[in-house]
Design a protein around this ligand. Structure first.
Ligand code: C5P
Length: 305
């Protein structure tokens, strides 16, 4: 029997993405509320001499732009975990993408988190949770949240995560773009917009937290906010029209996911999501799906050891 471990990790969205000034390390201070939603990447690892990665995707997605060399975040994750334990293990990593590439939904971060967990199990390392979270933070700002999942507050550059207890299920319609957006490019545009009046330290509005606590979907929709949205819309103005269409289709809130270009529409429940998705599909703006949140973070779904 071939040893293999299979892990899934979810997409993330930001219910609030407060972006502050650039820090000394070049990253921006963030105050965000993350939610993991039911779109997943799957990572399969098997023992090998060297660390290698192959990438495939759901038929609607393109894997163009996902590197298959040392710069792939899954390769970096495997090497980081091995180094951390003073090992020189190889591993063959196979990524299956269900999260849009460069879509503002942290698909790369999901792969990094899933690979950490998968290699930890394959190599039987039993790394402590806090250590895994720390390693995840070194891989990327959103990687710790991909391990955690559900709903959480993110601070620092996004890598400091604190679980947030919420009630109920949220249904999101997701409009994907065929062409992705580069996160650094959107942050650069944000900086250009704040050259004259620098961004203020970011905060999470109390109204959103209280709406989440009492499961008031309409109020959550009203208080969704994303400080990167204007910057992304300057690069891709057509996304503004897509967001407007979602509001016309009766969504409770319409917002860009992270640095975009995926657009999110908050619905009352599954039936409402079906209706809003149907309306958006008819407009042929891009691939439309829907997913519930919150869902758990990276987890082992199969192992043959
Ligand atoms: O941490 P991660 O690798 O996901 O970040 C990708 C890029 O996004 C960074 O290189 C940086 O340009 C930008 N970024 C930022 N401030 C953050 C997070 C990301 O400027 N808090």
């Amino acid at each position: 029997m071939t040893a293999a471990v299979v892990v899934t990790a979810p997409a993330k969205i930001n219910l609030v993405l407060g972006v502050g000034p650039v820090r000394a390390d070049g990253f921006h201070a963030l105050a965000t509320v993350y939610q993991a939603i039911g779109l997943f990447d799957q990572v399969t690892v098997t023992p090998a001499e060297d660390v290698t990665v192959t990438v495939e995707a759901d038929p609607r997605l393109t894997v163009a732009g996902v590197p298959t060399d040392e710069s792939n975040i899954a390769v970096r994750a495997a090497r980081l975990l091995a180094d951390h334990h003073g090992l020189e293990h190889g591993v063959a990593i196979s990524l299956h993408k269900g999260i849009p590439v460069a879509g503002g939904m942290a698909g790369g971060s999901a792969d990094g988190a899933a690979t950490l967990l998968a290699c930890d199990r394959l190599w039987n390392l039993r790394t402590r949770r806090e250590e895994l979270l720390e390693l995840a933070g070194r891989l990327g700002s959103d990687v710790p949240f991909a391990l955690l999942g559900c709903t959480a507050i993110g601070s620092g550059r996004g890598e400091v995560v604190t679980p947030l207890m919420t009630r109920g299920e949220y249904w999101w319609v997701v409009l994907e773009s065929v062409v992705g957006l580069s996160t650094p490019a959107v942050y650069r545009e944000f900086d250009v917009m704040h050259e004259v009046s620098p961004a203020r330290p970011p905060e999470i509005p109390d109204e959103l937290i209280s709406a989440l606590r009492r499961y008031d979907v309409a109020a959550v929709g009203m208080h969704l906010s994303n400080d990167l949205q204007q910057a992304a819309l300057r690069l891709r103005p057509e996304l503004g029209r897509a967001l407007e269409q979602g509001r016309l289709e009766s969504a409770h809130g319409a917002i860009l996911s992270g640095s975009g270009p995926s657009c999110l529409f908050l619905c009352e429940g599954r039936a409402h999501a079906l209706q809003v998705a149907g309306g958006l599909r008819a407009l042929e703006l891009g691939h439309v799906s829907f997913a519930p949140g919150p869902v758990p973070g990276a987890r082992i779904v199969a192992k043959e050891l």
